[in-house]
Design a protein around this ligand. Structure first.
Ligand SMILES: CC(C)(COP(=O)(O)OP(=O)(O)OC[C@H]1O[C@@H](n2cnc3c(N)ncnc32)[C@H](O)[C@@H]1O)[C@@H](O)C(=O)NCCC(=O)NCCS
Ligand SMILES: Nc1ncnc2c1ncn2[C@@H]1O[C@H](COP(=O)(O)OP(=O)(O)OP(=O)(O)O)[C@@H](O)[C@H]1O
Length: 405
């Protein structure tokens, strides 16, 4: 099963996207619809809302007077929190049941306006966010829902900011222009990403073949992309994750790199790494059999210092190598030390960048990723003393850095 979180501010076009995905065959779990169900006439939810807000929130027929509730809660944060605390646990329970009931090969889309507000994005394989400028949204809400400008702004003000939504988005859909443009984007997302992603998760396989050694300029968005995946890995590994770091070249600003995010999950031992293989695979990170060790260093007699497990991503839209290493080992320390040094030392960074370019040039034509990786290896052995001297000088110790987990 592929779990997709879909969100967007009111009037951005979330429901339009959800409908299109349903037409393609997705199972849509609609939080707004569930929020209506839990306050249906005769429900426990409705009784609690009346107990909290009084009979003034009922229509003469005994149903919830939604415009009246909206008036109260979208201008008063405390009232809104009170309503949310009654409804959200019930809505969450129904949503969990709907996910349970979906077939194993389904793409399940959780259409939920408050995904970002509730910090839920790491629960899904992907978070999809629909955006449109506030002015456009207000116009749509006035035109199609009969809201006044101040009602529309009240709801917008009750929700996350565009900036927060953008930070949570693995996929951003822009709905500023016509519906036709939006739907074409959704069609491509379904065809090129969601369908193969679901299949890869089910068949426990990678989203991409080994990537050819093609260098691209540092992408300033890599850090944010990695941060979202770090969150996912942490959620899956729970307390077994001693830390999760964005490592490798993409974690070094200004350094050209292959467009593959390297992450390191730190565990206590390899038995823990092996126990995490199945949950990581279900979360979209299948184990990659074949590389169980980093290249051991010539000076190190102990191969255990270099053993690891490697996972990739089942997402055809985002290549990831997730290295699961044991805390305190040499391989683990290297993976943290080198990026830290390269981030701090401009000359070392320039030196490494020119080696990368030359090596990519040499092996890029044959698309030989393994030769490219091996070709860079001696540089690390050679530069280790310099990296260590830097670490001693600035007092850097592996695992001390905060803010990268
Ligand atoms: C206040 C209520 C009665 C107003 O009903 P109304 O029919 O006018 O709106 P509807 O439920 O169709 O929601 C429309 C949109 O309003 C926004 N919205 C709804 N509830 C909230 C909320 N608690 N906080 C912020 N925005 C909200 C969302 O963008 C949603 O898509 C209703 O929205 C409600 O019960 N809200 C609380 C439950 C909730 O949080 N629902 C959101 C999904 S869990
Ligand atoms: N590109 C567009 N151009 C014009 N109108 C649009 C466009 N996209 C959506 N709309 C209209 O704007 C309104 C809001 O869209 P939609 O219902 O999809 O938004 P939403 O984000 O799901 O809102 P809500 O949070 O209330 O569910 C709808 O009436 C829809 O038909």
């Amino acid at each position: 099963m592929l779990r997709i979180g879909l969100t967007g501010g009111i009037g951005a076009g979330k429901s339009t996207v959800a409908r299109r995905l349903a037409e393609h065959g997705a199972v849509v779990v609609d939080a707004d619809e569930l929020a209506r169900r839990v306050v249906a006439p005769g429900s426990e939810g409705l009784r609690e809302v009346v107990a909290a807000f009084g009979v003034g929130v009922l229509t003469p027929e005994g149903a919830l007077d939604r415009p009246e509730v909206a008036r109260r809660v979208f201008s008063d944060e405390a009232e809104r929190a009170r309503l949310n605390s009654i409804l959200h646990p019930r809505v969450a329970e129904l949503a969990a049941a709907a996910f349970e009931a979906a077939p194993p090969d389904a793409v399940v889309v959780h259409d939920i306006p408050l995904l970002v507000e509730k910090g839920m994005s790491s629960q899904y394989h992907l978070a999809v966010v629909v955006m449109a400028p506030e002015r456009v949204r207000v116009d749509r809400l006035r035109r199609t829902r009969g809201m006044t400008e101040s009602e529309a702004r009240g709801r917008i003000g009750s929700q996350a900011t565009d900036e927060d939504r953008r930070a949570a988005a693995d996929v951003l859909l822009d709905n500023t222009a016509s519906r036709r443009v939006l739907l074409a984007e959704v069609d491509a997302l379904w065809r090129d990403r969601l369908v193969p992603f679901e299949r890869n998760v089910r068949l426990v396989r990678s989203g991409r073949d080994a990537t050819a050694p093609v260098l691209v300029d540092h992408d300033p968005d890599w850090a944010a992309q990695a941060a979202r995946i770090v969150e996912r890995v942490r959620r899956v590994a729970g307390p077994d994750a001693l830390r999760v770091d964005h490592v490798g070249s993409t974690s070094v600003p200004h350094l050209p790199a292959k467009d593959v995010l390297d992450l390191q999950l730190t565990v206590a031992d390899l038995a823990t790494a092996d126990a995490l293989a199945a949950p990581l695979a279900a979360a979209g990170f299948p184990r990659f059999e074949g590389i169980d060790s980093d290249a051991p260093q010539p000076w190190d007699p102990d191969p255990d210092q270099w053993r690891k497990r490697v996972h990739t991503s089942a997402d055809p839209g985002r290549a990831v190598n997730l290295h699961v290493r044991v805390v305190g080992t040499e391989g683990w320390r290297y993976a943290l030390l080198f990026p830290a040094w390269l981030r701090a030392d401009e000359a070392a960074r320039a030196d490494y960048a020119s080696l990368k370019r030359a090596t990519a040039e040499r092996f890029g034509r044959d698309r030989d990723a393994a030769a490219y990786t091996a070709g860079k290896e001696p540089w690390f052995t050679e530069r280790l003393p310099a990296a260590d001297r830097w670490a001693a000088r600035v007092g850097w110790r592996a695992g001390d850095e905060t803010g990268r987990t």
